[in-house]
Design a protein around this ligand. Sequence first.
Ligand code: ACO
Length: 383
Amino acid sequence: MTEKPVINYGLEGIYVDESAISKVDGQNGKLWYRGYSVESLAEQSNFEEVCYLLLNGKLPSKAEYDEFSRKLWNRRDLPAEVKDIIKVMAPRSHPMDIMRTATSMLVMYDNDPNNKENSATLDKVITLIAKLPSIAAATGRFREKKEYIPPDDSLSIPSNFLYMLTGKKPTKFESKLIDLMFILHAEHSTNASTFSVLVTASTLADVYAATTSGIGTLKGPLHGGADEAALSMMNAIGNPDNTEKYIEEALEGKQRIMGFGHRVYKTYDPRAKLVRSYLEESLTKEPSDEVRRLLQIALRAEKLMIDKLGSTKGIWPNIDFFAGPLYRVMGIEGQMFTPIFVASRMAGWGSHIVEYWHNNKLVRPVEWYTGQLDLKYIPMSER
Ligand code: ACO
């Protein structure tokens, strides 16, 4: 080929596969998991049931749900060596680096990590869905030089995560909030981290290797790391009255406002709407002054951004914008936000691995070469 082909930078608009797991309607701001709207799942389901739905393609019967939840709950505790490595890393590593390393270690405890039978893959994914929240919680504990708290049998996966992180059993409202965040982050089609998981899985590497790739990809501030970055921006704004000046200046300086914009959503992200509504509900629960301040900043930033860039450039709030203030309602610190994203997204990553391996094809795109050819090699002594 001599003529330069059309290049879709960032794979924008490129279909890489078929999938029956989730549908993102970016024009109308809608999202479905296995055909169920994310709003209906957020209001009526729970994280464990959503995991079953994503992995198996249908809602479970009561018996199926009980068996699945029991499996998840029984696998939450962490091996001693994993706790040790988290403790070693905690004082000087970002929690996402700890998540990546500790998750990678879990392959040691699998006697048959390369088994790609459907039931074996599902089983590995269930183990990871169970253990990733515990890795995140242990990371938070050790960062604060506190002891590891073992899982509590009476609590769901998200509530148990909060308990293992804070040492306090969550209130009913906190349980609802953390369950909501786990559900909303569980799946989102072929975003960067899921694609990264699939690239690794397509080489027939194991589930742990694929998951580790996904965690590395989710870390970046253009993807999962935007939740932490958006909170940092709100803290930098400080006083709600500074909001407009800060944002205007940032935009003039060609900076990106974290928590806004999306490759697929060209309207309001439906997950952001849900997070925003629960954040407003938290105002009725006597939140801290910090949360009130953050919410004021967030609402003023949202208005300005939508007025300026909503209809002109299709830049609207995404899930990461209001996530930070809502996590602050639960007392969770900024660097722990993206690890929660990891713990929740494992359900989606795992579902995609299962689906992809039904019809595996090595991912290997091509690039248009712009360098030279047939250069004469000059020995080092003559250069
Ligand atoms: N703030 C200001 N301007 C923005 C923003 C933003 N958050 N997002 C996009 N733009 C502008 C760009 O500067 C560009 O302007 P130009 O055409 O004048 O050069 C235009 O919108 C298009 O931007 P692209 O980067 O080409 O669009 P893309 O689809 O690649 O961007 C992305 C998507 C990376 C998410 C982008 O909107 C962004 O950087 N947002 C901030 C980070 C963020 O919130 N990421 C989380 C996404 S949700 C998730 O991953 C869970």
